[in-house]
Design a binder for this molecule. Structure first.
Ligand code: CA
Length: 516
């Protein structure tokens, strides 16, 4: 990445970032944008006012010429665009998504990165070998009918029991809108069901879940845990329709919780290698800087995690679709590449059923932030995945067990993506440009922002400012290392801002199956 400034005092000078040497556009860095006639170091002049994080043409573009960012085509000029102009959405024709039939399969597999040894964190080791970063009592529900009752019980457990168990961080109800009124034998139903099952066994819960059922719902506990019936026999299930009224139900939940809290309170943090981290990555509220600062820095940290033997998951199918040709080439084997294509095809068909396609992804905030279309957004989004080989692909809500870089299919919506990643992860990294106070109750969420202005505006929400990369005061490697070390600290118990304020967005299951 080339920044047209070498010193911090040039901050008040007009400044742009050119990400790849072949790019014919740059990204305006200045918080206030640039005025018409503003002159950059090197002689480029702005032909018009251009806002921060939007694109400026670095040379004259002819009609039909490709517009290059990240060294890749983000669109074609609809008409001639003179040097120094603002590249707005209406000036670009969006390229078609790469054809799934013509993708390269494992043709550019990166060499294994050198191992990174000696990095550890303090975590809760579970009997199955997984490691928790927090010590939480999770209460699974099989249907939304029981959710308010379980929420009521959780309030009582927090107030009456939790103070007696100082080693337990929290008690969380795993509530959701699934469980009944759905075509539970339809193929799509497998996704929400396995997501709930795998979340219920998240490493932060230390083993078997506590389960609350209604009784008559379609998602019976035995069906939810079909692969893991001993879990149910061991812990039992509280069925509301077997209890004698509300107070007796709540008392039964509180009693069962106490039994689990006694066990959880015995857990102690022990030193674990960084290889035990399962880090989920996603972005939300992205702007044109996301792909310049925070996402590449997260990608650098992702490489460090992979080198340390950890699992790194990236997701968000509609943000990968337009960059899929880069990823199938990077797949470790042809089979992994085909698995990725399978997920892309499944989602193309899902969107087509709703008479839509991947271009429905971009938001007004993305566009205000300078991201003209989904192609540009995708290329910036996949920067989070770093440079290592793609080792495996998981379908929606499947538990990831492979080490290294893994694509875990999810929708791009923040809550669905986070919820589906909870099937596996013990730590979450969220990058944002426009800003979101996002958080999850079950795992720590580390928020990394793309611009320093956002870090200054939200000092008590943003954990790490990657905007320093754009102003030249830190490199991608600096922020990547800072994030890597922060992740080890947070995994060991350091509180994130989202945890401090207890920001836990509601779990949002992805149910592509029909409702009845
Ligand atoms: Ca997202």
């Amino acid at each position: 990445m080339h920044i047209k400034s070498s010193t911090a005092e040039a901050l008040f000078q007009p400044l742009y970032v050119q990400i790849h040497p072949s790019d014919n556009v740059g990204i305006i860095v200045n918080a206030e944008g640039v005025r018409p006639g503003a002159e950059f170091a090197g002689g480029l002049r702005a032909a018009e006012a251009i806002p921060q994080s939007h694109k400026i043409t670095l040379r004259d573009l002819e009609a039909g010429e490709p517009v290059l960012r990240y060294g890749a085509v983000i669109g074609h000029a609809k008409r001639a665009i003179p040097r120094g102009s603002w590249v707005r959405e209406e000036l670009l024709d969006m390229p078609a998504a790469p054809l799934l039939e013509e993708l390269p399969l494992a043709t550019a597999v990166p060499a294994a990165l050198p191992p990174l040894e000696g990095y550890t964190f303090e975590g809760y080791r579970n009997a199955d070998g997984t490691v928790g970063t927090r010590n939480i009592l999770g209460i699974t529900t099989t249907v939304q009918c029981v959710a308010p009752t379980v929420d009521y019980a959780v309030q009582r457990i927090r107030a009456e029991l939790l103070p007696r168990f100082p080693n337990v961080d929290d008690v969380v109800a795993i509530t959701h809108t699934y469980g009944c009124g759905v075509a539970i034998d339809a193929p799509g139903a497998a996704i929400p069901i396995r997501t709930i099952r795998n979340i219920s066994q998240n490493p932060n819960f230390g083993g078997a879940p506590l389960v609350v059922s209604l009784g008559c719902e379609k998602l019976q506990p035995a069906r939810l845990f079909s692969n893991d019936l001993p879990v149910l026999e061991e812990r039992g299930v509280i069925r509301l329709q077997d209890e004698l009224g509300f107070e007796a139900t709540v008392a039964a939940i509180v009693r069962a919780a106490e039994v689990r809290l006694i066990e959880l309170d015995k857990r102690r943090r022990v030193t674990c290698p960084a290889a035990d981290l399962i880090v989920g990555l996603q972005c939300g509220g992205s702007d044109a800087f996301s792909g310049v600062t925070c996402n590449p820095a997260v990608g650098f940290a992702a490489d460090l995690l992979v080198r340390a033997g950890a699992t790194v998951m990236f997701s968000e199918v509609t943000e990968v679709r337009d960059a899929v040709h880069l990823l199938t080439a990077r797949a470790a084997t042809e089979d992994v590449a085909r698995d990725l294509i399978r997920e892309m095809r499944w989602y193309d068909e899902y969107l087509a059923q709703g008479r839509s396609d991947r271009s429905a992804n971009t938001t007004p905030g993305n566009k205000r932030g300078g991201l003209n279309n989904i192609v540009e957004k995708s290329l910036g989004s996949v920067a989070k995945a770093g440079t290592s080989a793609l080792m495996a692909v998981a379908s929606h809500g499947e538990k990831v067990t492979v080490k290294g870089l893994v694509f875990a299919a999810t929708p791009a919506g923040d809550f669905m993506c986070g919820t589906l990643q909870l099937a596996s992860m013990n730590l979450h990294v969220f990058t944002t440009g426009e800003g979101s106070p996002y958080g999850l109750a079950l795992v720590p969420v580390v928020k990394v922002c793309s611009r320093t202005a956002l870090a200054e505006k939200w000092p008590d929400l943003i954990d790490l400012d990657a905007g320093r990369i754009a102003t030249g005061t830190a490199t991608i490697a600096d922020i990547g290392w800072e994030l890597f070390r922060m992740l080890l600290d947070v995994a060991s118990g350091r509180e994130t801002w989202a945890e401090k304020w207890r920001l836990g967005n509601a779990l949002t299951l992805f149910n592509p199956g029909p409702v009845t």
